[in-house]
Design a binder for this molecule. Structure first.
Ligand SMILES: Nc1ncnc2c1ncn2[C@@H]1O[C@H](COP(=O)(O)OP(=O)(O)OP(=O)(O)O)[C@@H](O)[C@H]1O
Ligand SMILES: [Mg+2]
Length: 249
């Protein structure tokens, strides 16, 4: 598996407070998990990678290009699904909402339609196309937020707590979309402490604590680091830690 994102000695301070400190991490092709206690800096890390927050120092290499000083290039290459789905819905209907990103990128009408239809199908949202985003349930809004990012076809997608407040069926939908993204060669980075829902699918795990990287490597070796840094990991074999139904695989 090849490296997609390489981070070296990343430092971020906000309002005089150290948020990320000497952080090193590597995310590869496939599914990468980022876990750590509340306030450990997970969302801040995603914001820096995406180019929404400016690190005071450090290196960010994406697909072998040093983009440390090129936040604009990172903004284009990287899709970010925010922790709060409400902030991400914009259109007057689900369909228009999904079209918004591709339209902003200046794509042709045909390309916009193709991306929108493909995304609606991928997430099983066709029945909602004419629905106003405001009336969607919390779970449906979250899936719409994911759709809006996917439609722009980023080669790297960062998801901040994608399973929060989702019921069993919605978690399954998100997980199956994540698996399809991996199959399409997209590098997926998932921030979540809900290890029982997805850790079995993760190729790599980054464990963070107090703005530092305390483990970065294969999921199989991550369990001790997770447990000793306040992330709940159920007492079960790693391969059982997923809500993907047996029959779905
Ligand atoms: N703009 C800011 N100014 C000052 N401190 C900030 C700012 N943004 C974040 N922080 C602090 O940085 C730390 C890390 O926050 P962050 O949101 O990255 O954590 P997290 O790991 O995503 O937490 P959670 O699991 O609760 O979502 C927190 O202590 C937070 O209060
Ligand atoms: Mg967070």
């Amino acid at each position: 598996m090849s490296d997609r994102i390489r981070i070296e000695n990343l430092n971020l301070s906000l309002g005089g407070k150290v948020i990320l400190s000497g952080l090193d991490a590597v995310f590869t092709d496939g599914i990468n998990a980022v876990c750590g206690p509340n306030g450990s800096g997970k969302t801040s890390l995603l914001r820096v990678i995406k180019g929404l927050a400016k690190a005071s120092s450090g290196t960010i290499v994406i697909d072998n290009a040093d983009l440390s000083r090129k936040a604009g290039a990172r903004l284009a290459a990287v899709g970010l699904v925010f922790q709060d789905a409400d902030v991400q819905t914009v259109g007057e209907s689900v369909e228009k909402d999904i079209e918004f990103g591709p339209a902003n990128l200046g794509w042709s009408r045909g390309q916009i339609r193709e991306a929108t239809e493909g995304t609606l199908a991928l997430l099983g949202m066709e029945a909602y196309r004419k629905t106003r985003p405001q009336v969607l349930s919390g779970g449906e809004k979250r899936i719409l937020a994911i759709a809006g990012v996917l439609a722009m076809r980023p080669s790297i997608i960062l998801m901040d707590e994608p399973f929060a407040n989702l019921d069993f069926d919605s978690v399954q939908k998100v997980l199956s979309a994540i698996i399809k993204l991996k199959e399409q060669g997209i590098c997926v980075v998932i921030v979540s402490h809900e290890t029982d829902k997805f850790l079995a699918l993760a190729d790599n795990v980054l464990v963070m604590d107090k703005g530092r990287s305390v483990f970065c490597g294969k999921a199989a070796y991550s369990l001790d680091a997770l447990r000793s840094h306040g992330v709940h990991v159920a007492d079960m074999p790693l391969e059982k830690m997923t809500w993907v139904r047996e029959s779905a695989g």
